[in-house]
Design a protein. Structure first.
Length: 381
């Protein structure tokens, strides 16, 4: 970047370095079975770069630095931080700005600030120190996979992914740092404890966390890449629709037998964005879910939902759009269960597998969380 006809020293530093060649030994651990394989490799993998092809943000001298490009002129600071994955969301960016850990051109950033080309944005490395962590070793933590860079765990239903406030009740993040203390400083928002995505409180299944700050950025990019696939299992209410009878907007026949593809954009609604609205709401984002019938159940069915980059409540909202809401989903479905189905307070939605390119080695990686009892197949083929 050139500003006032001169290239700033910070800009040089921010653009220097490029991709880092990494070596790592991977140890795969599954809950249902244990297999160990050691892999040593050097990588400069294209999927580890962001959507614009640029290198991940540079972490150095206690902070992470980015320079505003000409195409980003006028963008809000919080949107800039979220866009470049310096924080997990725009809301987290606003909290980081309010806490004083974000600086623009060396000065403390102001709320609602708009950026100009050449501005140097720094996010303090110690942002996570502002969260008062209290590890929760008493919580059961099922580790599905672990190596020197990332950890994958199986979140049980009923447990929040991370705290909304510093002193919230124990969450999965508290259990994670009790086992892997370095995760407490791996993400810019300390409440995340290195977790690169999250699941609803009532949803169970695979969650991935980074063990270092640089790995967190790369893991976020890997999870958002088109090469990443997430598969959910869901028990739904109602009859699975037939292709010749379903006439719904944003729905088409899927690539597999007895499948549909839902492409309705997902937007937030409500004061706190706690619910989503399809093809409407605030800032609707593209979303695609492939839904496949697996077996018929009394009053419903067991289905599989495949997606790449997940949006808030995407699977739940898309299944409701098909007329088959998730069993136990009072937000988008029915408050009561079918008369011939077991009554449950739990949402019958499970994040079964995540397949992605390893953020450090560049090797394909598939993590699986064993299905809960309700998700086990009952029919025999």
């Amino acid at each position: 970047m050139v500003r006032d006809g001169k290239t700033t020293e910070k800009t040089k530093n921010a653009k220097a370095g490029g991709e880092t060649l990494c070596r790592a030994s991977i140890r795969t651990v599954r809950a249902s079975s244990v297999s160990v394989s050691s892999v040593s490799s050097e990588v400069d993998h294209p999927s580890l770069k962001d959507a614009k092809g640029s290198d991940p943000p540079q972490s150095r001298a206690g902070s992470t630095t980015l320079v505003v490009e000409p195409s980003e002129a006028g963008v809000r600071l919080d949107s800039f931080l979220a866009r470049h994955k310096l924080v997990p969301s725009t809301a987290a960016a606003k909290r980081a700005v309010a806490s004083g850990v974000v600086r623009v051109n060396g000065k403390r950033a102001k709320k609602g600030a708009h950026l100009e080309p050449g501005d140097v944005v720094d996010l303090g490395e110690k942002a996570s120190d502002k969260v008062a962590w209290a590890p929760a070793p008493g919580l059961v933590l099922t580790v599905l996979y672990a190596d020197d860079n990332i950890v994958a765990v199986n979140k049980p239903t009923g447990l929040a992914t991370h705290p909304l406030r510093a002193h919230d009740a124990p969450t999965l993040a508290h259990a994670l740092i009790a086992r892997f203390s370095e995760c407490a400083h791996a993400s810019p928002d300390g409440r995340e404890a290195g977790l690169a995505h999250r699941l609803d409180v009532a949803t169970s299944g695979v969650l991935l966390a980074a063990r270092q700050r640089e790995t967190w950025y790369r893991l976020r990019q890997a999870l958002a890449s088109p090469t990443c696939e997430k598969i959910y299992l869901a028990e739904v209410q109602g009859t699975f629709p037939r292709p010749d009878t379903l006439r719904a907007e944003y729905v088409m026949s899927g690539p597999r037998p007895s499948s549909f593809v839902v492409t309705a954009p997902v937007g937030r609604q409500g004061r706190h964005g706690s619910k989503v609205k399809l093809a409407s709401g605030r800032n609707p984002l593209p979303a695609r879910t492939e839904v496949t019938w697996l077996e018929t159940r009394p009053g419903g069915a067991l289905v599989e939902a495949r997606l790449c980059r997940g949006r808030a409540h995407q699977v739940r909202a898309h299944l409701a759009h098909l007329g088959i809401p998730v069993l136990g989903d009072t937000l988008y479905g029915h408050a009561d269960s079918p008369a011939d189905s077991p009554t449950t307070a739990a949402l019958h939605l499970h994040a079964w597998t995540v397949s992605l390119v390893h953020p450090v080695t560049g090797k394909p990686l598939r993590i699986e969380a064993p299905p809960p009892a309700w998700a086990e197949r009952r029919e025999t083929r």
